[in-house]
Ligand binder design. Structure first.
Ligand code: UDP
Length: 282
């Protein structure tokens, strides 16, 4: 299910004609009806790029709250297992580094990013309540910065922005001085981690992300080198409440799921650059 508020039908075009696949265009903040039995409900619906959730603040709050409620209700009625896509944003601008699942976070609830952070924090609380009160089998993945093929060219997040800018010969827009850090996870690793978590019996939140940490300036330099671009780097204002550091503590995922990321930044960037070269040429 998707209402395509930020997604696109092109991303699922290759699944058309697959007898085991069915797509329903629907906004999950509204009641959902699905016929027949369900084994699992995996709730990923939400704008997730900062520029999207700043532009769609009410929809972001609604999908994290009402959408999670509807998705949990569906799982409960079908006796299905439920998985919530949560986020490293629940840690806000963290004062504990790296971030273990036990850290409660440092979030500005009324700042511009609060619409996403608080919606996801509410979604986690609601998921735990359905688990404890209704006995629904629930899983919560806290996703750290993920990138890879099929991101939108104008997604607004840093990896896609830098790659597209480098390939077009435009300046790379570094917000602030670029000294802030992120730890980038390649999409295939994320999916493997989520799959393992879904099949596990762990109800508590679980970080999935690559713990290799880079400054945003280092990322810009890597992208320029790997694309062979002559684009300059220009500094732009740092968005409000932009976290200064971010790196997952993945001790739990390693111990409980036997999971470890396999694709490091260089290789992941190369695969993503290849995708954007074709996408831009089209
Ligand atoms: N960023 C940047 N240039 C861009 C886009 C983002 O320097 O064109 C920075 C942003 O300020 C943040 C980091 O890159 O410090 C990651 O931003 P992104 O939007 O990818 O996601 P976030 O981790 O902030 O949720």
């Amino acid at each position: 299910m998707d209402n395509f508020i930020t997604g696109h039908a092109d991303n699922i075009a290759h699944l058309a004609g697959n007898a085991r696949y069915r797509f329903i265009q629907h906004d999950v903040t509204n009641f959902m009806y699905v016929e027949g039995a369900l084994d699992g409900v995996l709730h990923f619906a939400s704008p997730a790029s900062p520029i999207d959730y700043l532009e769609l603040p009410i929809q972001t709050l609604k999908v994290g709250s009402l959408g999670t409620h509807k998705a949990l209700g569906l799982a409960k009625s079908k006796g299905a297992r439920f998985l919530l896509a949560s986020t490293s944003e629940v840690y806000g601008d963290p004062q504990v580094h790296p971030q273990p699942e036990s850290y409660w976070g440092h979030v500005n609830p009324v700042g511009p990013r609060g619409v996403y952070d608080e919606a996801k924090r509410f979604a986690e609380a609601l998921t735990m309540a359905y688990h404890r009160y209704h006995g629904v089998q629930t899983r919560i993945v806290r996703i750290f910065n993920t990138y890879g093929p099929r991101m939108r060219a104008r997604d607004g997040r840093v990896v896609s922005n830098f790659i597209v800018q480098a390939l077009k010969g435009e300046p790379l827009t570094l917000y602030g001085t670029g000294g802030q850090t992120r730890s980038f996870c390649y999409v295939d690793d994320l999916i493997d981690g989520i799959h393992r978590l879904f099949l596990s019996d762990r109800a508590d939140p679980t970080n999935i992300g690559n713990p290799n940490e880079f400054t945003v300036r280092q990322l810009a330099e890597r992208v320029i080198a790997l694309t062979g671009s002559s684009s300059p780097i220009v500094e732009k204002p740092l968005p409000e409440d932009d976290p200064k550091v971010r790196r997952p503590d993945i001790t739990t995922a390693r111990a409980v799921l036997g999971w470890d990321p396999k694709v490091q930044l260089e290789e992941g960037l190369q695969r993503t650059i290849a995708h954007f070269r074709t996408a831009i040429a089209r």
